[in-house]
Write a protein of this length. Structure first.
Ligand SMILES: Cc1ncc(CN)c(N)n1
Length: 236
């Protein structure tokens, strides 16, 4: 089914809902993954979390650049202000979270700077770089990345707190009220794209689904790098 067909059948939904529901199977795989379940249950092995965190830190640079470019491409001051707030959080609290966690996990700069990238990490970096030239594409990438993290974190946040700060804080960061407000804002930006032409919306739907697949593959590859092969990784 094309996204245009899906929209015609569900005209009452906002664009962000239509995009998520059109990509439902992959969205659900990302938000209800065995990796995030184990993280919330405090039973993820340190070695697995370290592997995840090293790959995640490898694209923080790309994410920061994506947000910076999106500030430059934003059509007005209000979106620039919101994105600048997110950029500040990424480059301060989130960055120091990674550094504190690496230290606690016994990882040195040699381990976490310039690691060998898994094909999924490479694809996320490439997708973000390709998307940063267009405001709509960049907002779709950010929306999937941050909305899916808010969603899985909300599912895990009610569980008994574990004692490894790096697991607990990763959930806490993604359920902060200001983070939830940022996701609400991203969804509203996406909703405002509803008047774009069919070809653009079809492209945005493809990008949205691709990002959902990359998010769940990223978790799978963290549990077992061999479980996701280069051929299975989608490219936009
Ligand atoms: C793969 C991935 N996707 C999203 C996020 C949330 N910023 C993240 N840290 N890592």
């Amino acid at each position: 089914m094309t996204f245009a067909d899906y929209r015609q059948q569900h005209p009452q939904q906002l664009l962000s809902e239509q995009l998520r529901n059109y990509a439902e199977a992959d969205w659900n795989r990302a938000v209800n993954h065995a990796f995030t379940e184990a993280l919330g249950d405090d039973c993820l092995a340190d070695a697995v979390y370290a592997r995840y965190l090293v790959q995640d830190y490898a694209f923080i640079d790309t994410l920061v650049n994506l947000v910076a470019r999106t500030i430059a491409n934003a059509p007005a001051m209000p979106p620039k202000t919101v994105l600048a707030g997110f950029l500040a959080a990424l480059t301060s609290d989130e960055n120091t979270y990674f550094l504190r966690s690496f230290e606690a996990l016994g990882l040195s700069e040699t381990d976490y700077l310039n690691p060998e990238l898994h094909p999924v990490s490479r694809a996320i970096i490439d997708t973000m770089k390709t998307s940063e030239v267009c405001y709509e594409d960049a907002i779709i990438c950010l929306c999937v990345a941050e909305w899916s993290y808010l969603s899985w974190s909300q599912l895990q946040a009610g569980k008994p707190r574990g004692c490894r700060f790096y697991l607990q804080e990763w959930i806490d960061i993604h359920v902060l009220p200001e983070f939830e407000q940022f996701v609400t804002w991203l969804r509203a930006q996406v909703d405002s794209f509803a008047d774009r032409d069919d070809a653009t919306l079809e492209r945005l739907a493809k990008l949205f689904r691709c990002m959902c697949v990359l998010e769940h593959q990223f978790f799978s590859a963290s549990l077992d790098p061999a479980s996701v092969t280069e051929q299975e990784v989608p490219r936009v």
